[in-house]
Ligand binder design. Structure first.
Ligand SMILES: [Mg+2]
Length: 396
């Protein structure tokens, strides 16, 4: 089998809010065509226009080839071999960051092709089936204006509703402090405990609450003082309390915090996780399947976690494509108690709700059924692609 074409779709929700701390208002979708008529799809989570440039830019020498150019003529049926060739071929600009994130979308599309060619869901060719069911957690970030009272009420209400609908875990996106405040919010740190306490009281003990503060703090001692005030509420993890480069600070928090420490959504390549893990600087690894470099690289992060007895709870804030790819990874990863899942019914983004047609729905016990369709298991909704492409062209 040979790759014959690579197409990038830059997509935008026409109702996007530039003050929202939400990366699923746009996306890049890569379609890879083959000479046998099989088409694979993938997406990744970075600036969609930058991702397109990373894929479509031509190369003029051996150290920095074009990703799209290299793919033409390649055999897609061994995604790991393709990954290595693309990684080495783009090394001068790539290796980490944007190009590796873009490679992640390509890698997911290649696994989609390989699964479809084999007539199997990707997890069956990716690894060994885990014994238990996979569990998404409801990741919650309402657009509720710029007052703490309205936001906390909406967020708490969504978490309590998720518990009623069968989810066994929810994350409170407390992006209300620090550099990435959502929709104009600006909240004193010592008020965050209010919503954590009220959700815990409403949902009871048999439900996991996660908290994401979006790189809120610059000093680990100060971060610890806030986190300690949540110690009575059995928080499953606190996500990205410190800036991503502050590995020293993370290591201090892991030793001192009463709540497990999670991060990794922005990291590319398993080597970036290795840097944290070697310093005992994380309790929970959070690779994003696209950003880390695709399923090929995400598997390496899960292997690293298994070696060090850590858990993996992947990041995933994109469309049904990312959900589908992450579910494939989860199906072969026993050290993954949950993965991030934006429930479509409360998602603000139309891309999350409408881009794919045939997404699996969660079961009443909060688990997802094992994927059975060939490939990653979802297909693009062509009407959505057309409308969201038009919206993207209007601004970029
Ligand atoms: Mg996050």
């Amino acid at each position: 089998m040979k790759i014959t074409a690579v197409r990038c779709h830059v997509l935008l929700d026409p109702g996007y809010d530039a003050d929202a701390t939400s990366s699923n208002q746009d996306t890049i979708v890569v379609e890879i065509e083959t000479d046998e008529g099989i088409v694979g799809i993938g997406e990744t989570d970075l600036n969609a226009w930058v991702a397109k440039a990373c894929i479509e830019a031509p190369g003029t020498h051996t150290m920095d080839r074009g990703l799209g150019q290299m793919l033409i003529g390649m055999d897609p049926l061994d995604p790991r071999a393709c990954w290595q060739e693309l990684y080495v071929g783009t090394a001068m600009t790539g290796r980490r960051g944007a190009v590796l994130h873009a490679l992640g979308a390509i890698d997911v599309a290649l696994w989609d092709i390989a699964g479809k060619a084999a007539g199997k869901p990707v997890w069956q060719i990716l690894g060994t089936e885990r014994p238990d069911a996979v569990r998404p957690y409801a990741s919650l970030l309402p657009n509720a204006g710029d007052t703490w009272e309205a936001f906390a009420a909406a967020l708490g209400g969504q978490a309590i509703d998720a518990a009623k609908r069968g989810y066994r875990a929810a994350k409170l996106e407390l992006l209300t402090t620090g550099p990435y405040r959502h929709t104009g919010l600006d909240v004193e740190d010592d008020r965050l405990v209010e919503v954590i306490a009220s959700v815990r009281e409403a949902v009871g003990a048999d439900f996991e609450i996660m908290v994401d503060v979006g790189y809120a703090w610059t000093d680990w001692r100060y971060a610890l003082s806030i986190i300690e005030s949540w110690a009575d509420y059995n928080v499953f993890f606190v996500e990205t309390p410190l800036w991503t480069d502050d590995i020293d600070g993370y290591a201090e928090l892991v030793v001192n915090s009463p709540i497990p420490i999670a991060a990794g959504e922005w990291l590319s390549h398993s080597r970036e996780f290795q840097q944290y893990v070697d310093r005992n600087a994380l309790d929970v690894l959070q690779p994003d399947v696209g950003r880390v470099g695709g399923l090929t690289e995400a598997i390496r992060v899960t292997e690293l976690a298994a070696q060090r007895d850590l858990i993996v709870v992947p990041h995933g804030w994109k469309t049904g494509i990312t959900v589908a790819a992450t579910a494939q990874l989860a199906a072969v990863t026993p050290q993954m108690p949950f993965f991030e899942f934006v429930p479509p019914d409360v998602a603000e983004s139309r891309l999350r709700r409408e881009l794919v047609d045939d997404e699996m729905t969660i079961l009443p016990d909060g688990t997802l059924p094992r994927p059975i369709r060939p490939g990653i298991g979802v297909e693009l909704n062509p009407d959505a692609v057309e409308e969201f492409s038009r919206a993207a062209r209007a601004i970029g």
